[in-house]
Design a protein around this ligand. Structure first.
Ligand code: NI
Length: 177
């Protein structure tokens, strides 16, 4: 088990555009995915993008069973997504609270497209093609933003809806990251 250090907001590597993965199903790629999975599990994350551990490649993982950091959200299947392409379906947006392992201890209210289609590959080279809504769509958009150097605070419309978890949600049993 290898847990990697997660870069925090302010590190310029989080602002870079990630590069496509040239070859799938390689030992190097499998090692990267395993490290990302170990790191996300150790930190109770809902998702993690390779740039967050300092690897500038278009690789994201996500998945939520019951997550103490997100006690009220619907489950999202555990997914490895490489070289993703997102397509927005419809015009509907919705606001929801987000956190990020690169912005520990904080939450912000972020507008996202309600429905998106995502396509890409898993680490073995199998194609992935899903149309999703709600929290699943939110997580995918958040993770794919990391590949473009975008962190969720950049998308908050009203910064009064951004702050420390303990202050925003006093008394709630939310695990602070
Ligand atoms: Ni994040």
């Amino acid at each position: 088990m290898t847990t990697r250090t997660v870069l925090r907001m302010g590190d310029p590597r989080l602002l870079e555009q990630a590069q496509p993965v040239a070859e799938l199903d390689t030992a190097e790629l499998h090692e990267l995915i395993a490290d990302m999975q170990d790191t996300m599990a150790a930190l109770n994350g809902a998702g993690l993008a390779a740039p967050q551990i300092g690897v500038g490649l278009q690789v994201v993982i996500f998945g939520v069973d019951h997550n103490p950091r997100y006690p009220d959200v619907e489950p999202v299947p555990r997914t490895v997504l490489i070289n993703p392409q997102l397509t927005v379906l419809g015009e509907e947006m919705e606001e929801g609270w987000e956190g990020c392992l690169s912005v520990p201890g904080m939450r912000g209210l972020v507008p996202r497209h309600k429905t998106v289609r995502y396509r890409g590959f898993d680490q073995h080279g199998n194609s992935v093609d899903r149309t999703v809504t709600g929290f699943h769509a939110r997580v995918v958009q958040h993770e794919c933003d990391h590949l473009a150097g975008i962190l969720y605070p950049m998308r908050i419309r009203d910064l009064r809806n951004f702050g420390f978890i303990e202050e925003l949600f006093p008394g709630q049993d939310i695990v602070a990251d």
